[in-house]
Design a protein around this ligand. Structure first.
Ligand code: ADP
Length: 560
């Protein structure tokens, strides 16, 4: 519309010299061109009067259209003003050339905390820190905006209550039609949240960095594409002997022997392909300064949001010393097992071979006693009695030792019905049971998988002890069993003298006894044999007792 009026005005001015008729025609033509009027309907415009009528109508239309456009412009300006006024996240306002505020919006109120009435007419330096004001920053900013047309900056600004906030500010210079500066638009955004988030990120990054740097394990990161090192921590530098400067940007082939580099690369690729953690329990690495080391490594692919691997993270532990100690321990334990086996073999042979001469000694001493008792003097009788009891004790000892050695034998396991087994055991112990009036309680015992002879020795030893270590009362022995997930748990409870719990561990060791032979005869091998038999059946044995209050021996027999 503005263009139409300019053209028409121009043509009227130019054509002042031309003939009237001609000028009227041209005028009509222009009006036709720039208004929505259709003059052709009135054609031909023969007389000057017709032409003037047409021009009047044209000008009228032009006027109406102008009014219509001006109205639209006003509406759109109003919409724009309301829009700006209601923007909450930005302070958007105009300032005059001197820096005084001439409009205000909701965002300004929200961010800077001033109402329109409070702030209109004030100078923008009200938003600046004292230091900035001293340094003339508000004026400088306006000057730059004036020179460049637009100026964006960030800095601390002050709210009405004096609180400072980090702001992003854009100044735009505004010009009138003639190109003269008539003020500025200023848009301020409160960046405190972003600044806080940035600072949080920075501090969490520096936290993460310090964790990575101070962790005693080697941590490295390689890019997924070329498997070049992009990060190595301090522990990694110490372990490999290579500095970060040497290592970063290079790959395994630049440092390690080919077979090692091949291995590392293969594992890297496997991790990246499977996109999951890979645990390498043992790998060898040739370091720069410390020779070959053994590492335990975990490799983890680092994926982007689309699940594509970008990096490979590695965490390694130097297990060289641990491996060395383990190997030494293994060797030692093998030596101990071997020497134990030899000892047991020796004990078996010795006790076996001793039986024969002992039998001779026992029978001849017995013979001496039978034949010459009362023919010699009192001392000699006593000596003979000592010799007889000594040789009996020795026989018991040798038998126990033999039993102990035999507990090691490896015989195929069979199904053993414990009810039947106990019936047999009690049959064997009949005389001592009768002698002492011992009562046994057991029922519904399970069928277990084991060595029948050894299991019967186990029960026999426990029962003999319960009878032997009885107190004044008639011995009562209760045998029960509970089926658990992987084993059967047996309990043998008596009403005997019990033991002080502090000896609970000691009594299962060979030759360990809590009493003298005069008080309770024995060799101190019985429970050691029990332990061996239980262990042979994949179980454990222990005692629950209190001095004077009976004992309960618990043991487990593995189901497999
Ligand atoms: P021994 O019976 O030949 O002494 P054991 O190895 O069978 O050897 O037992 C070791 C010790 O454990 C016994 O000397 C005794 O002190 C204690 N002991 C074993 N069974 C019982 C029990 N049922 N009641 C109290 N003490 C016991």
């Amino acid at each position: 519309m503005a263009e139409a009026i300019a053209v028409i005005a121009n043509s009227v001015a130019k054509k002042k010299q031309g003939g009237d008729e001609n000028r009227l025609d041209q005028f009509i033509e222009l009006l036709q061109q720039y208004t929505r009027m259709d003059f052709s309907r009135k054609a031909p415009l023969g007389s000057k009067g017709d032409k003037l009528d047409a021009i009047a109508a044209g000008l009228n239309t032009l006027g109406e259209e102008m009014e219509h456009h001006i109205q639209k412009l006003r509406e759109s300006e109003e919409r724009f003003r309301m829009l700006v006024e209601n923007v909450k996240d930005y302070a958007i306002f105009r300032i005059d050339t001197g820096g005084r505020i001439i409009t205000w919006n909701k965002g300004g109120e929200r961010i800077k905390k001033y109402t329109a009435t409070e702030i209109l007419g004030k100078h923008i330096s009200i938003f600046y820190t004292e230091e900035d004001i001293r340094n003339g920053v508000p004026e400088k900013n306006l000057k730059i905006a004036k020179e460049k047309g637009k100026y964006e900056t960030e800095g601390w600004r002050v709210r009405k209550n004096g609180a400072k906030f980090w702001a992003n500010i854009v100044y735009t210079a505004l010009y009138d039609n003639k190109g003269n500066l008539n003020g500025y638009a200023k848009i301020t955004r409160d960046m405190s949240e972003r600044k806080k988030a940035e600072e949080k990120l920075k501090s969490s990054q520096s936290f993460l960095n310090s964790v990575i740097e101070n962790i005693p394990n080697m941590i490295f990161v390689k890019d997924a594409k070329e498997l070049r090192f992009v990060r190595l921590n301090k522990a990694g530098e110490e372990l490999l002997g290579y500095s970060r400067e040497e290592l970063l940007g290079k790959n395994d082939y630049d440092f390690f022997p080919k077979e090692e580099a091949d291995f590392f690369t293969r594992k890297d690729k496997e991790t990246l392909k499977n996109k999951e953690l890979l645990h390498i329990p043992e790998e060898f690495i040739e370091t720069k300064t410390r020779g070959k080391r053994i590492l335990e490594t975990k490799k983890i692919p680092l994926l982007n949001e689309q699940g594509k691997p970008l990096y490979l993270l590695g965490i390694s532990n130097d297990i060289t010393d641990r491996k060395k100690t383990e190997a030494e321990l293994k060797q030692k334990s093998e030596e101990i097992t071997r020497s134990n086996a030899e000892l047991e073999q020796f004990a078996y042979l010795a006790s076996h071979d001793l039986q024969e001469p002992l039998r001779t000694v026992t029978s001849y001493v017995q013979l001496l006693k039978n034949r010459y008792k009362d023919q010699l003097d009192k001392d000699a009788n006593e000596f003979i009695d000592f010799a007889v009891s000594g040789s009996n004790r020795m026989r018991n000892l040798i038998n126990s030792l033999l039993q102990y050695s035999r507990a090691n034998r490896v015989k195929a396991f069979e199904n053993v019905d414990c009810n039947e087994l106990l019936d047999e055991v009690l049959e064997n112990m009949n005389s001592i049971i009768q002698e002492t009036g011992t009562t046994f309680y057991y029922k519904n015992l399970p069928v277990v998988h084991g060595d029948r002879v050894l299991l019967s020795e186990l029960f026999q030893n426990l029962f003999s002890n319960s009878i032997k270590f009885r107190n004044g009362a008639t011995p009562e022995i209760n045998i029960s069993c509970k089926e658990e997930k992987n084993h059967y748990l047996f309990s043998v409870r008596d009403n005997g003298i019990g033991i002080d719990p502090k000896y609970s561990g000691k009594i299962f060791e060979i030759f360990q006894r809590l009493h003298t032979v005069d008080k309770y005869p024995g060799t101190g091998i019985g429970l050691a044999i029990c332990r061996k038999i239980v262990e042979r059946h994949g179980g454990k044995i222990w005692i629950e007792s209190e001095a004077g209050n009976g004992s309960t021996f618990h043991f487990t027999i593995s189901k497999t």
